[in-house]
Structure formats: structure tokens, C-alpha cells
Design a protein around this ligand. Sequence first.
Ligand SMILES: Nc1ncnc2c1ncn2[C@@H]1O[C@H](COP(=O)(O)OP(=O)(O)OP(=O)(O)O)[C@@H](O)[C@H]1O
Ligand SMILES: [Mg+2]
Length: 200
Amino acid sequence: MSEKPTKARVLALWGKGGSGKTTSALAIASLSATAGHRTLIVDADPQRSASEWHSVSENPAFAVHSTDVGQVASLMERARARYDVVIIDNPPACYAGSAEIAKRADLSLIVARPFRFDVTLAIEWVGRLQRVGTIPLVALTAAPPSRLNTEPPSVKAARAVEAGRGFIVASADYASAHSPRTDSTRFGRRQYGQQQPRPP
Ligand SMILES: Nc1ncnc2c1ncn2[C@@H]1O[C@H](COP(=O)(O)OP(=O)(O)OP(=O)(O)O)[C@@H](O)[C@H]1O
Ligand SMILES: [Mg+2]
């Protein structure tokens, strides 16, 4: 009997604007590709930050495909056949297809900075995702570093609020430790303005 073809694992990222979804998507994709998995980021955000990063990166180890939010579900199913890991970089706001995407994904990751507005929205996202029967993971990003093995008060408070409600909260340091270079001055060797060949 022939072996069943492997199907991609799909990770969907959710969270407040600027919380670090795209940076986390790039970091996770980079780790995944380095581990030998065929990896795709589905860039569902009209801001196209992941696509922008990809277009100026030298020999990126993973693919980025931009799409409208209305096309994410069908693209996700097609991508499952060609990739091992598919990461959906969502826009900050909830959209018509969010629930369906969350249901179909293998894991939802809510990204939040350890600040009140982010935590409040993360809690909303947890409720939203739990209502469609998924168990999301929450990751704190952009957290001040721990000193002498002590977490900064903002991280402790955010963790307490989230963990107190029974959420699974990932380490705050994972994204910082693996963040790709996303600031414009260290975008890799190709710089802005060098993407198009110069006219003769
Ligand atoms: N773990 C981190 N530590 C420090 N800074 C971070 C971290 N993750 C992201 N950032 C910074 O925060 C800013 C916003 O990050 P990013 O664009 O990834 O957020 P986003 O959630 O995708 O935003 P949007 O909702 O607008 O798409 C960027 O300047 C990024 O470099
Ligand atoms: Mg983004």
C-alpha cells in the first residue's frame, strides 16, 4: 500500500496591530526552513510586510505568497499539498473568514506585547478562537528581557492575566531570540531601490 502523502501543518497568527505577527511569522518560517521543512508564509495582510521582507531578502529559505483574505482558505488547502509548513500572517482585524481559517488550521498563535491593550485584545482573540473549537497558544513578544532570571513586571502581569484564565502562554523570549532582521537598515544585502534593474 502506498504511503499517505504528508500534509502540511498550518499555523495561523492573530493579534493586535503591531504586536509582532509578521516578525513571528518570519522567525518561525526561518526556523522551519532551516530544519528542512518546505515552508510557505501566506501573506493575508494588505500591508504586505512579509512579502516586502521577502522581496528584498537574499536567497530566502522559504516562500511567501500574498493573497486577499477571501482567498486564504482555498490557498491554504492547495498549499497543504506542496509544503510541510504553512504559516498564515493575518491582518490585525478579525475578518469574515477568520473563524473558518482558525478551524482549518492545526494551530492558532495569538501574539501580544505585554501591554494592557494587547492583552485585552489577546483575551478577546482567545474567546473568539475557543468559540470555534480551537485551543490557541498565546505568545508574548517584544518583552523587556529578564534579568537575573526575573521576569520584568509587565511580562509577569500579562502572563498572570492570561495564565489565570487558563490560556497556554509561550515564552516571551522565543521571537526575540530568533527574530529575523526586519529593520530597514539591516534588511540583508539588497537594499531598497536596488530591486529593479537600472535602465541602460
Ligand atoms: N519580539 C520582538 N521584539 C522586539 N520588537 C519586535 C518583536 N516582534 C516585532 N517587533 C517589532 O514590532 C514592530 C511591529 O512588528 P510586526 O510588523 O511584526 O507586527 P504585526 O503584528 O505584523 O503588525 P501589523 O498588525 O501591522 O501587521 C516592528 O517594528 C518589529 O520590528
Ligand atoms: Mg503584520
